[in-house]
Every structure is written in structure tokens, then in C-alpha cells.
Design a protein around this ligand. Structure first.
Ligand SMILES: [Zn+2]
Length: 217
């Protein structure tokens, strides 16, 4: 079995061959012009859901933020506890002038599972230092929706898939509450998109507000 760290270094060598040897002129252009991505993607940290691979985006094309369960916390004026994500959103909208922000959820999300199983006492780690439970609790409104519309006949898998999708919609709602985002939407320069990647089938879906559901792209 190969060593994971050595695999990364071998991958880096492939990157050098592909970009610095074969496509040197293009690489120099990317490097010298500075970044000008037109899209921000907020995705999960899950290793199977890589926005650049999923969209086949090249260097400089997408600005990416990853966190557990692709969560956008609600805007808090002047006292945000989540400055890292807020700073990325502010930079992308105000300085990079991105035209699209995509929140990318996915099936089999461990963060959403943590959110949905908390009541059963199945927290990842016990005690006050459970950062995971505290973080995913931001999506409590998604959990509330799932609990309200499911009954005993709904399988746990179906509840999780629904929670993953509702979680994306909650994050989109919170995202629209950031003043820079709201202003850009009102100016007609920014659009928000909710995406959901089904890992098993490889199918990517986009939320259609007019139909109230995610549909395959
Ligand atoms: Zn995830």
C-alpha cells in the first residue's frame, strides 16, 4: 500500500509536468495576471466532493471555501463568531466581484449526520469540547424542517438526504443576509445557487426555486 504523503508529492510532480513543463506560457499568464475568479463555491470538507474536480475548473476559475457540512452561518453585525467564512464572502463579493456563489451540499455528509443524530446521544465526542455538534447546530432550522415533514415511516437515509438538501437551502438563506451579498443581488451583479452532489451516482443537482426541488443538471 502506498504512503499517502508520498502520493501527494508524486501528484505535485505530475502537476509540475502538466502545468510548468507542458503549459508554461499558460501558467505564466495565470500567475502574472492575478486571480480573477467569477464564482465562489462554498463546499464541504468531504474529500469526495472537490469543487474544482467536479466542475473541471482550471486554475484561477473558482474561489473556494470548504468547511464541515458546507455551512454559511447567519450574518451577525459586528460580532461574528465565524469571521473566517465572513471574510471570504466579503472578499469574493466586494473585491473579486464574483458573479455567482454556489453552496454545494452532498450525500453521505458526516456533518449532517452529526446534526441529525445528536438527539440520540450519538455525538462525535462527549463534553463541552464538541466543536462538531456546536458547528452543525447552525443548521438546526434544516433539522426542524425534516422533523416536521417526516414521520416514523421515513427511513433514516431519506431523512439524512433531505437534511443535506435543506441544509444547503438554509445556508443560501443565511448567505443572502450578508449586506455585501444582498447589495450585489439587488444590483443584479450576483446570483446565488444551491447545488447538491449525489456521491453514489455522481449526479449533480441544482435547486429550482420555481419548482421547489433539486433537479439534475
Ligand atoms: Zn459533508
Amino acid at each position: 500500500m502506498s504512503d499517502a504523503y508520498e502520493d501527494l508529492i508524486e501528484g505535485y510532480r505530475t502537476f509540475r509536468r502538466e502545468y510548468l513543463d507542458k503549459r508554461f506560457e499558460a501558467y505564466r499568464a495565470w500567475a502574472s495576471k492575478g486571480q480573477n475568479p467569477r464564482t465562489l463555491i462554498i463546499g464541504c470538507s468531504d474529500s469526495r466532493v472537490n469543487p474544482a474536480i467536479l466542475t473541471h475548473a482550471g486554475l484561477g476559475e473558482i474561489f473556494v471555501v470548504n468547511n464541515v457540512a458546507n455551512i454559511v452561518p447567519p450574518y451577525e453585525k459586528g460580532k461574528s463568531h465565524h469571521k473566517s467564512l465572513g471574510a471570504a464572502i466579503q472578499f469574493a463579493v466586494n473585491h473579486l466581484k464574483v458573479e455567482h456563489i454556489i453552496v454545494l451540499g452532498h450525500s453521505g455528509c458526516g456533518g449532517i449526520r452529526a446534526l441529525m443524530t445528536d438527539d440520540a446521544g450519538q455525538r462525535f465526542d462527549a463534553g463541552e469540547d464538541d466543536y462538531i455538534a456546536d458547528w452543525v447546530s447552525i443548521l438546526q432550522p434544516a433539522k426542524d424542517i425534516v422533523c416536521a415533514c417526516c414521520d416514523a415511516s421515513t427511513s433514516q437515509d431519506d431523512k439524512l438526504r433531505l437534511a443535506e438538501m435543506e441544509g444547503v437551502l438554509v445556508s443560501i438563506r443565511y448567505l443572502a443576509g450578508y449586506p455585501w451579498v444582498r447589495q450585489a443581488i439587488e444590483a443584479g451583479t450576483l446570483s446565488l445557487h444551491a447545488w447538491y452532489f449525489h456521491v453514489d451516482s455522481g449526479e449533480l443537482r441544482s435547486y429550482r426555486p420555481e419548482e421547489g426541488r433539486f433537479k439534475p443538471l
